[in-house]
Design a protein around this ligand. Structure first.
Ligand code: SAH
Length: 222
């Protein structure tokens, strides 16, 4: 008889359910194998409260406290795919809205360095602990209002924003390298468009993607 330890059992279950999630994302149109394999490598259940762990591999956003949510896996995959779709290597990336740290974990596996900014200190600390346990060390953590980006580490090859402003903050565009890409949800409550802004030598080019539903980007004092 082969005895499977309790942890192995949990590990097996979550690996299998995670694989089902990856199959689903593939069917929904995510094509970048680098992104799919980063999601496959990332245990989403450790980014939510234990009481919600059994739902962690459903393709839905879940509450993480403080009126915030962990993003839906499809949207995390799509935003990451759009960010990586330029051919350049992304050495320096800015993420605004750390939340649970799940999107940060995906980015950190795919780019050189991630600067992540969160306005709620408690969420940032919890995220930092999880990512540290995952042995992801190429991340710097900042408690701040990220509406105006993070000037001190600019320019960025990529900027990913996980909360929605009504219009694209100009500072974010100006903190991109030439060739850099900004992926951001833009619009009013529950009616936002995912937008890609690419910085070219002489201009910024905008492309619209899916409708999405993010929490608002809140500006002002943290
Ligand atoms: N991708 C994250 C989603 C987090 S929800 C995840 O998967 O967990 C969006 C986060 O943006 C929230 O934690 C919220 O506190 C944060 N946020 C909102 N406005 C912000 C701002 N101006 N600067 C930094 N973080 C902000």
């Amino acid at each position: 008889m082969v005895r499977v330890g309790r942890h192995d059992g949990i590990g097996m279950t979550s690996r299998r359910t995670r694989q089902r999630l990856i199959d689903r994302l593939r069917r929904e149109g995510i094509r970048d194998e680098r992104v799919l394999s980063a999601l496959d490598n990332t245990p989403r259940h450790i980014f939510v409260d234990e009481a919600l762990a059994s739902r962690a591999y459903e393709d839905i956003a879940l509450p993480i406290g403080h009126n915030q949510t962990i993003s839906q896996p499809y949207v995390v995959a799509l935003m990451t795919e759009i960010l990586l779709a330029g051919n350049a290597v992304l050495n320096n990336v800015l993420e605004i809205g750390t939340g649970s740290g799940y999107q940060t974990a995906i980015l950190a596996q795919l780019v050189g360095h991630v600067h992540t900014v969160e306005r709620i200190g408690v969420l940032l600390r919890q995220a930092r602990d999880r990512l540290y346990h995952m042995r992801l060390r190429n991340i710097s953590y900042h408690t701040a209002d990220g509406t105006a980006g993070l000037e001190q580490h600019a320019p960025y090859d990529g900027i990913l924003v996980a909360a929605a402003p009504r219009t694209i903050p100009e500072e974010l565009c100006s903190q991109l390298t030439v060739g850099g890409r900004l992926v951001i949800p833009v619009g009013e409550n529950s009616k936002q468009r995912l937008v890609l802004v690419e910085r070219e030598a002489m201009e910024f080019v905008e492309t619209e993607f899916d409708w999405v539903n993010f929490v608002p980007l809140i500006s002002g004092k943290v």
